[in-house]
Design a protein around this ligand. Sequence first.
Ligand SMILES: C[S@@+](CC[C@H](N)C(=O)[O-])C[C@H]1O[C@@H](n2cnc3c(N)ncnc32)[C@H](O)[C@@H]1O
Length: 427
Amino acid sequence: MKIPDAEIVEILRVGQEGDGIAALADGTPLFVPFGLPGERAMVKPSVKRGDGFAAHIDHIERSSLERVPAACQHFGICGGCSLQQWQMESYAAWKTGLLDMALRRAGFMPKLDPIVITPPGTRRRMDLAIRRTQAGIVLGLHTARDKNVIDLAECPVLHPELMALVPKLRDVLRRLQALGHEGSAIVNLLDSGPDILLRTDKKLAVSDRTILAAFAEANRVPRVSWAQNTAQPETAALLRPPITSLAGTPVAVPPGGFMQATADGEAAIVAAVMAGLPPKPVAKARVLELFAGSGTLTFAIVKHMRVHAVEGDAAAHASLKAAANTTGQTGRITTEQRDLARQPLSAKEVSAFDTVLLDPPHGGASTQIAQIAASTIKRVIYVSCNPTALGRDALMLKQAGFKLVSAVPVDQFLWSARLESVSVFVK
Ligand SMILES: C[S@@+](CC[C@H](N)C(=O)[O-])C[C@H]1O[C@@H](n2cnc3c(N)ncnc32)[C@H](O)[C@@H]1O
């Protein structure tokens, strides 16, 4: 299909991916990154996208009164943020609308709680790409448009301790024999310090271990794990146990393991989940927790009800189980490692519990939710990081006769189009 010529258009709204949406005279949609509602802009369509075209702004003829200066020098190029240019009130209303729309599409009439927005400077996990170039080490996020990597000089969403580590990491990477052309670094900010997982394209030399141990010592890093490309990580340097408190239980999170993106976000999610539990559970009532990770929610809800926690990732499951063991909670927490996409709990298995709590990955839980919908369970607490997937799964709950009793939007991915939420359904 021919790519249309550049044209002046009006931005009608911001779509669910965070792009401004405009339309050509024949109604063909244009997806215009960084465009805000009401703006008139000269845009250049570039490639086919969905039923329309992606287009970039050449210049803005009439700017929105809601347009504000971006907080970061990389904004517009970096793939991390797409909405720093929008004033906070409108941005928050748009984000809330993502959840509202998803639940309405599923047939519910939601009354959402006010959105919880986590402030800048609180993101406690960074996932950076590494390139070795003739000019030195490039360390940062991918650009929005292609696979290039921007060299991160600042990041207003990152926790300052993580941002401060970036130039030091660049320096240490430059000296590693294990880094040929490229790699990646995931850093989780734990209570015991920034826990690092490096993936590089060459073998780790003995001298690399010495360099990494000295780096860890100098930067409050409890552990550096390393893997060649996609291999299983091994420990390269260990100074202290890599521990973080999840609802008061110390947990050794695995290298690069899942953590909620911010501490405030985690607190809001935990609070909404706790509020969704049955108010007066009978003595032996149990929660079936699916996609439990290392136990962020497990160790909170176990204070109220017994839990059976199911997780697919071996390392995450092992860390949850070990933490439950060492803190003497195995009487109230049982665990299971299971792939819930390939082997979901059957409707019969689900029916043995009083409440289901699920927190699936971005794609949602379609195979598992079908079994939940077919079970006799009366209460479902759904933690989601993707309103579209939530909407699809919630439709099955609606068809099974569930009512929506509460929904809380939690914005822990500031200035992006991603949204976390906690919805409670009962029957
Ligand atoms: C969004 S995280 C939630 C983790 C945990 N609830 C928390 O708050 O820390 C999703 C979890 O689902 C797990 N997971 C992904 N696919 C899975 C599958 N097919 N079966 C079981 N678990 C899976 C991931 O390993 C991850 O721990």
